[in-house]
Write a protein that binds this ligand. Structure first.
Ligand code: GLA
Length: 503
């Protein structure tokens, strides 16, 4: 991302330097947005303390030394993300080379500053809390596609257009995947009037929205209530009214609003008001815009997300394309199932199906459980070239029908026995959807407790992955591959002998 000239001067300094102070690097990137990095340093002798600041948070300096005009720093977040910086002070500028755990090192030039662009001295107070009425949108969990999981910062106009074409030609649109959502990194800078512009990866947002709409799709975008997004792009702080109007003018139908740098300004207890503020601005445009709260499940958002105007709220930190992370998220969902319903959904994050980090059996488990949890189904893969397996998972209409069940009652883990777990969801027509997951690393044979569920022997059970009916049998056994699952739909009057408490 950084293309600045890095000059290391190895000549010993004639005098000791003092690097104490705030150092700000502000550089225009190739995509047209301005990237900022801040070093807050305190030098004692040849030791450096302080922090490296990024838009999304701080890294505390663990070790820092100065040698002549040369310095090295190791800095770490509270959850262990660690970087090293090395550089020199030359003509009052810090020339810094930053090594991240992944990717190529980048270079930056920081200048001394009296103020820290990430630390605002006066903060706009959030509005008084009200209970917002439903906006009438997202009667079933939103379905669509989002750019982040696969493309992150590499998303651009051309890719979005190709994705729109592929969502139609693959049959995904007709299966219900209607929202095409651009995540972080579309933002450019603001003009003199404070109006946000897209960066040069997106030359004309209105034209792009028109294209997406012409395909029978809806168009989503992303911002933050803080001054910066998680990737360090422009956020909506102090510009909520303007941004909501700009989105409406462009033809935006969905906003994901990501807490990120708002954490520097507000305590968690202010979140509800901050989210309510943007909800009010979106509603004031009179354009129906689905409102997605992204604050990683902090402050029990499920208890107030709908009152703040949210149609969905993230319940966890970010998903990764691994079975381990996907199941960590699963383990936190059952207890909060009761908070979801038509118009307001728990969001365990976007789908990783088709991105390559899990087996086909694991991706089937991912899809099955997201359907049980009435989760938004936002695909995150390259729809332009799906394998048959990926296609068969994302386009399984019987599983999608469970996710989109009009009653909107979220299911939960109803029972478990060793590595075998049972997830159940009551459906609108009185049927029950059941997912049986094998969490062990080996394939396992199970006997489904039909009797306990009041499914009479001989009654019809639908296998939602095999797309066939079979009669329930008393000593019937099923083999489930490692990390795989079964998904059934049948008329069952109770879940495991009335045990309806989430486990
Ligand atoms: C956060 C969100 C992700 C994604 C990125 C973009 O990490 O949780 O879903 O939007 O920001 O920077």
């Amino acid at each position: 991302m950084k293309h600045l000239l890095f000059i290391v001067i190895f000549a010993p300094a004639l005098f000791a330097v003092d690097l104490s102070g705030i150092w700000v690097s502000s550089s225009k990137q190739p995509d047209g947005h301005t990237d900022r990095e801040v070093l807050v340093l305190k030098q004692t002798g040849n030791q450096l303390a302080g922090r490296v600041e990024r838009a999304w948070g701080n890294l505390d300096i663990q070790q820092g030394t100065v040698d002549g005009n040369h310095f090295t720093i190791t800095a770490k977040t509270t959850d262990g993300y660690s970087i090293t910086c090395e550089g020199v002070l030359e003509e009052s500028k810090l020339h810094v080379k930053v090594h991240e755990p992944h990717g190529t090192p980048f270079e930056m030039i920081a200048v001394h500053s009296d103020t820290d662009p990430f630390m605002l001295t006066s903060v706009i107070p959030p509005p008084a809390l009200r209970d917002l009425p439903p906006n009438g949108l997202a009667k079933t969990p939103p379905m669509g596609w989002n750019s982040w999981n696969l493309f992150a910062g590499r998303i651009d106009d051309k890719t979005v257009r190709q994705m729109a074409d592929a969502i139609v030609s693959s049959g995904m649109r007709d299966a219900g995947y209607i929202y095409l959502n651009i995540d972080d990194t579309w933002e450019g800078d603001r003009d003199a009037n404070g109006v946000i512009h897209s960066n040069n990866k997106f030359p004309d947002m209105k034209a792009l929205a028109d294209y997406v709409h012409s395909k029978g799709l809806k168009f989503g975008i992303y911002s933050s209530p803080g001054p910066y997004t998680c990737a360090g792009y422009e956020g909506s702080y102090g510009h909520e009214t303007q941004d909501a109007r700009t989105y409406a003018e462009w033809g935006i139908d969905y906003l994901k609003y990501d807490w990120c740098s708002a954490a520097r300004l507000y305590p968690n207890s202010a979140m509800r008001g901050v989210y309510q503020k943007m909800a009010d601005e979106l509603r004031a445009t009179n354009r129906p815009i689905v409102y997605s709260l992204c604050q990683y499940g902090r402050d029990d958002v499920w208890t107030w997300g709908d009152k703040a105007g949210g149609n969905l709220w993230r319940t966890t930190g970010d998903i990764k394309d691994t079975y381990k992370r996907m199941m960590e998220i699963v383990d936190t969902q059952s207890q909060i199932a009761k908070y979801a319903g038509p118009g307001h959904w728990n969001d365990p994050d976007m789908l990783e199906i088709g991105n390559g980090g899990m087996s086909t059996d694991e991706y089937r488990t991912h899809m099955s459980l997201w359907a049980i949890f009435a989760a938004p189904l936002l695909a995150g893969n390259d729809v332009r070239g799906m394998t048959d397996d990926t296609r068969s998972i994302l386009l399984n209409k019987e599983v999608i029908a469970v996710d989109q069940d009009p009653a909107g009652a979220e299911g939960h883990r109803a029972d478990k026995s060793g590595d075998i777990e049972y997830y159940a969801r009551r459906l609108n027509d009185g049927d029950m959807a059941l997912v049986v997951v094998n969490r062990s690393d080996d394939s396992t044979t199970v006997k489904i407790p039909w009797i306990e569920m009041n499914v009479p022997v001989g009654s019809k059970v639908r296998d939602l992955w095999k797309h066939e009916d079979f009669p329930a049998g008393e000593n019937q056994t099923f083999t489930i591959p490692a990390h795989g699952s079964l998904m059934f739909r049948m008329n069952a009057t109770q879940i495991f002998g009335q045990t309806k408490t989430p486990r």
